[in-house]
Design a protein around this ligand. Structure first.
Ligand SMILES: Nc1nc2c(ncn2[C@@H]2O[C@H](COP(=O)(O)OP(=O)(O)OP(=O)(O)O)[C@@H](O)[C@H]2O)c(=O)[nH]1
Ligand SMILES: [Mg+2]
Length: 320
């Protein structure tokens, strides 16, 4: 993105990946920021979407976080510094008033699942056990339903390679995306590489259930509902008993919270009862599953939640 502070206009490049058309308009449009590059209260947009969002004189979706002021110029979750290189994603972060509530989280979008199967997003902090959960899901589900998996890493395809090495699925059913920048941008604001990978998988193997693993990130990361139909947020006990009560939208608004590495509780002085109580309170009773993903414990309960959500979504699917 370039920005001219003298006249307050800037054009968006979105890291070079958004040169695609958005329902008839190209996304490298210029905005007039009224000479100060600041208040965006006259327009907004959802950079998570590449399809059906309308720039009709500037409606936009900031991910259900409600009205907020844009300092600098924030786009769907983070405020950009005035100069941007392709991947030097220098930005300051927007302040949210709160982590949001489970019961008022953005609902799943009604859609047809022909072009892209029901999609589950797995997020969570670095090393919490996301890939271990993906592997366990693959092992337990692959004989029941055709799966496709997309992993995200910043500069490698390490997680995809790990899944290949452990024979999670036949090789063509696993793709790795190098996000090149903030992992949360790839699941929220600039989801095109992930959507492309998922749609490629559909063309190649027609999975009936898709899983996309985010790169490890912080407690504020959250998936766009345009990318995934169901969100799982994985935290781990080793991060400390406090993690569920610290909140963050992943903890409060994910469809399912997974608390992994229960075996490590005695080693870090964590009480699973306290974590369960805090999670229950923070999530207004939303579902929480305790797991040991590396050995598969608790993963059957995760599968039940996922398959129930998929069945519900398919029953409500719109025609293709
Ligand atoms: N003790 C224990 N270790 C686990 C468990 N689940 C995963 N691990 C280990 O934790 C480490 C990190 O697991 P990953 O699955 O790679 O974590 P991740 O969230 O995918 O990590 P990133 O993708 O790098 O953010 C690995 O060494 C796993 O073997 C568990 O339930 N208990
Ligand atoms: Mg991983």
């Amino acid at each position: 993105m370039s920005h001219d502070p003298t006249d307050g206009t800037h054009a968006h490049d979105h890291g070079g990946r958004c040169d695609h058309a958005h329902d008839g308009h190209a996304h490298d449009h210029a905005h007039d920021h009224g000479g100060r590059g600041g208040a965006h209260d006259d327009h907004a947009h959802d950079h998570g979407g590449r399809g059906d969002h309308a720039h009709d004189g500037h409606t936009h979706d900031h991910g259900g976080r409600g009205d907020h002021a844009h300092d600098g110029h924030a786009h769907g979750g983070h405020a950009h510094a005035p100069t941007h290189d392709r991947h030097a994603h220098e930005h300051t972060h927007e302040r949210w008033i709160g982590p949001g509530l489970f019961r008022s989280r953005t609902p799943r979008r009604a859609r047809s699942f022909g072009a892209r199967a029901f999609t589950v997003g797995i997020g969570g902090p670095v090393g919490s056990g996301k890939t271990a959960l993906v592997l366990a899901l693959c092992k337990k589900l692959r004989d029941r339903i055709r799966l496709g998996v997309v992993t995200n890493d910043i500069f490698t395809r390490e997680d995809a390679e790990f899944l290949h090495r452990h024979d999670a699925l036949p090789a063509p059913q696993i793709r790795g995306v190098e996000t090149g920048g903030c992992p949360h941008a790839a699941i929220r604001e600039d989801i095109t590489p992930n959507l492309d990978a998922l749609e490629d998988l559909m063309r190649a193997c027609a999975p009936e259930l898709l899983v996309v693993e985010s790169g490890g990130d912080n407690l504020a990361a959250q998936y766009s509902r345009e990318l995934v139909d169901y969100t799982i947020y994985v935290v781990d006990v080793a991060g400390g008993e406090k993690v569920p009560r610290k909140g963050g939208p992943g903890v409060t608004q994910s469809d399912l919270l997974v608390v992994n590495k229960t075996d490590l509780a005695p080693h870090v002085g964590a009480s699973l009862d306290v974590m369960a109580r805090d999670a229950e309170r923070m999530r207004q009773g939303g579902p929480v599953v305790f797991t040991r993903c590396n050995v598969g414990d608790g993963v059957d309960a995760v599968i039940e939640h996922v398959l129930a959500a998929r069945a519900e979504a398919l029953a409500a699917a719109t025609p293709a």
